[in-house]
Write a protein that binds this ligand. Structure first.
Ligand SMILES: C[S@@+](CC[C@H](N)C(=O)[O-])C[C@H]1O[C@@H](n2cnc3c(N)ncnc32)[C@H](O)[C@@H]1O
Length: 264
C-alpha cells in the first residue's frame, strides 16, 4: 500500500495521519505472515544464541513480535514514524517484552548505530523506500561478518505483465525487478545468498488485505467529508483489485542474505 500512497499528493504528515487511522487495530502494514517470518528466520542457521537484531521499517511490529518470541537476544525495532511505533511500544510493554525489544525512531537512510553492531538485520516490506541496492549497500556496515540480512521485497514473478499492471508499477515503483535480477545485484554487492522464497498468497489476502478491506467502510464513514481520506481509500481499493486480478505476475520475495565472514 505504501507504494501507491506515496504517489497521492498531500502533505506527508496528513498522509501518515490517514494511514495510521486506516490501519488502526490492523495486524500489519504490508503483506506478511508469522509462518513466513519464522521460515526465513530458520534459514539463518548460524546465528549466535543471543543475537543482536535490528528490525528496519518495523511499522506496528507484526514481524517484530514474532522475532521477539523466537529469538533470545536484543531486538531494536525502528521506524521513521512515531505514530506506528507508539502502538508497538504499548504492545511490547503489555506482553512483558520490554527487556527484550527496544523501540527507536530512526530513518533507514541514516541509521544511528555503530558498525558491526548486529548479527541479524530484518526488514519486511520496507527496503523499497530506499531501494534494494541502496539498502544492501548502506546497511551492510551495521552487520558483523557472517551476519544475516533478511528482507522481503516486491518483485516481478513474470516478464509479461499486463499493460495496466506495468503502468501501475512503472509509476509507483519503477525500480521493481525480477528475483534473478535482485539476486545478481546482491551477489555483485558482496552478499552471499542463503535462500529465497515467495511470500504465499494468504500472506497478502488473509493477513493483510482482508483486515484492511473490512476496515475501509468504517474509515470512509468516519471521514465522510474528507477528500484526502476518500482518495486514500480509493487508491487502497485499487491496489487490492490489482493484486486480486494479477497476483501471478508479482509479489513479495523473501531474500536471506549473508555478509561473508572474511570481508572488510
Ligand atoms: C509497508 S510498511 C511495512 C511495515 C512492517 N514491516 C510490516 O510488514 O507490517 C513500511 C514501513 O516503512 C516505514 N518507513 C517509511 N519511510 C521510512 C524511513 N525513511 N525510515 C524508516 N522507516 C520508514 C513506514 O512507516 C512503514 O512502517
Amino acid at each position: 500500500m505504501f507504494h501507491i500512497l506515496t504517489k497521492i499528493r498531500m502533505q506527508e504528515e496528513r498522509l501518515v495521519e490517514l494511514l495510521v487511522d486506516l490501519h488502526s487495530g490492523l495486524p500489519r502494514l504490508g503483506p506478511g505472515s508469522k509462518e513466513s517470518t519464522l521460515k526465513a528466520l530458520a534459514m539463518c542457521d548460524c546465528l549466535p544464541d543471543n543475537p543482536d537484531v535490528l528490525d528496519i521499517g518495523c511499522g506496528c511490529g507484526a514481524q517484530t513480535l514474532v522475532l521477539a518470541t523466537a529469538t533470545q537476544g536484543q531486538i531494536i525495532a525502528t521506524d521513521l514514524f512515531p505514530e506506528f511505533l507508539a502502538p508497538l511500544e504499548s504492545n511490547i510493554r503489555e506482553k512483558g517484552l520490554d527487556g527484550h525489544v527496544r523501540i527507536e525512531k530512526a530513518d533507514m537512510n541514516t541509521l544511528p548505530f555503530p558498525e558491526k553492531n548486529f548479527d541479524l538485520i530484518w526488514s519486511e516490506g520496507a527496503i523499497y523506500i530506499m531501494g534494494f541496492d541502496n539498502g544492501l549497500t548502506n546497511w551492510r556496515r551495521l552487520l558483523r561478518p557472517g551476519g544475516y540480512l533478511v528482507i522481503s521485497e516486491v518483485v516481478w514473478f513474470r516478464r509479461d505483465p499486463p499493460a495496466e499492471l506495468k503502468t501501475f508499477w512503472e509509476s509507483n515503483y519503477p525500480a521493481i525487478r525480477s528475483i534473478v535480477e535482485n539476486i545478481e545485484s546482491a551477489k555483485a554487492l558482496g552478499w552471499s545468498l542463503v535462500g529465497n522464497f515467495h511470500l504465499p498468497d494468504k500472506a497478502w489476502s488473509q493477513q493483510y488485505y482482508l483486515p484492511l478491506q473490512k476496515r475501509i467502510p468504517d474509515f470512509r464513514l468516519e471521514n465522510a467529508d474528507d477528500v484526502d481520506a476518500q482518495s486514500v481509500a480509493d487508491m487502497t481499493e485499487y491496489e487490492i483489485s490489482l493484486w486480486e486480478r494479477f497476483h501471478e505476475y508479482y509479489g513479495y520475495e523473501f531474500f536471506i542474505l549473508r555478509r561473508p565472514e572474511f570481508t572488510p
